[in-house]
Write a protein that binds this ligand. Structure first.
Ligand code: ADP
Ligand code: MG
Length: 334
């Protein structure tokens, strides 16, 4: 059905509930984000209006967001196409919660995020295939973080460095996943091994980019199909985290990774022959998944608070820039 056809690149925005973010700082009672009724899927902040493919308000449920934004990508994975969903935005705007990488949210169906919902859909779809007597595929998961420009394996007994910028990435440990408990175990081990640090913005701020990959390996295929769920470190400037020394250097590396994602998206949208994947460890690791043959969704997470206005505008401009990539993909499709 043409109307339901997934375009290769989709840009979505999600506003965090007013009650949950802005920890430790002055909270506003009213959101700075508005939804102009005359323009579907757009948000207005001050005089600026930004139009995207999806605009999710603060009350959207985890289930509705999954059904609208992610389920069509899972269908693509089942058709053999690599997909990536990437959460971008400042700390405390619900990136880890929405991506389903916060292990503590596993107990309550209502709070289940993208990762466990994806896995369930993939396993359900595979067991359906098995009923139809097609030999079933196997599912695996890897969990890696990029911290200070080095990639770490999160599924070992302790976090182990596996590659740094410019080195070839040969993949991490792939754990067999047969059910939600296996995924829960991956997230439990992985989140315990992640680098976090209290900042001015959040008591438990992720200082690394995390990449959870679900692999579907079909019989007689040498290569798995990948679904990357990427939870980027907070995009706020070094200025706002209030850090010096090592923590400040972490902030510089975080910004470098985010900048390089931006550069990759921009050069793809300009149609350049050479894409600067090698500029950062993050983009090196995503090289095989952010390209003209795969499907990509950016979820820009924003805060409702006045004190976060500068970061909110910066996130929305980043997302607006990524829209150019969408136009380039349309050209590929033509
Ligand atoms: P980030 O990863 O962007 O720093 P988190 O995902 O850690 O932000 O979210 C901050 C806190 O807010 C967490 O405790 C999370 O569980 C909670 N949270 C985020 N979004 C929601 C939501 N839509 N509903 C309820 N709680 C949320
Ligand atoms: Mg987080």
């Amino acid at each position: 059905m043409a109307a339901n056809k997934l375009s290769a690149v989709r840009i979505a925005v999600k506003e965090a509930p007013i009650t949950i973010c802005g920890s430790g700082r002055v909270r506003s009672d009213e959101s700075v984000v508005h939804y102009p009724p005359q323009c579907a899927n757009s948000v207005a902040v001050g005089d600026n209006v930004f139009c995207f493919d999806f605009a999710f308000g603060p009350t959207v449920s985890q289930r509705d967001l999954y059904n609208t934004l992610i389920q069509p990508m899972v269908d693509k994975v089942m058709d053999g196409i690599d997909c990536t969903v990437l959460a971008y935005g400042q700390t405390g705007t619900g990136k880890s919660y929405t991506m389903g990488l916060a292990y503590s949210d596993f107990c309550d169906e209502q709070h289940l995020g993208i990762a466990p919902r994806c896995l369930k859909a993939i396993l359900d779809s595979l067991s359906q295939e098995q009923e139809n007597r097609i030999v079933s595929a196997q599912v695996f998961a890897s969990f890696i973080e990029v911290y200070n420009e080095k990639a770490y394996e999160l599924l070992g007994r302790q976090s182990t460095q596996i590659c740094s910028r410019g080195q070839r990435f040969n993949g991490g440990i792939q754990m067999p996943i047969r059910n939600q408990d296996d995924l829960l175990n991956v997230l439990k081990v992985g989140t315990q091994n992640r680098h976090v640090r209290p900042t001015n913005m959040n008591q438990n701020s992720s200082r690394s980019h995390a990449i959870l990959t679900i692999y579907v390996l079909r019989p007689n295929c040498s290569k798995s199909v990948r679904f990357n769920i990427v939870d980027l470190a907070g995009s706020e400037g070094v200025r706002r985290t209030g850090h010096e020394g090592i923590a400040r250097q972490e902030g510089v590396y975080i910004n470098h990774g985010l900048l390089s994602i931006n550069k990759v998206l921009m050069s793809m949208s300009s149609g350049h022959a050479v894409i600067p994947y090698r500029d950062s460890t993050l983009t090196t690791m995503l090289q095989e998944s952010i390209n003209a043959r795969s499907y990509f969704t950016l979820l820009a997470c924003i805060s409702p608070h006045t004190c976060d206005l500068a970061e909110t505008n910066s996130t929305l401009h980043f997302a607006k820039g990524a829209k150019r990539l969408k136009q380039q993909h349309k050209r590929f499709a033509a």
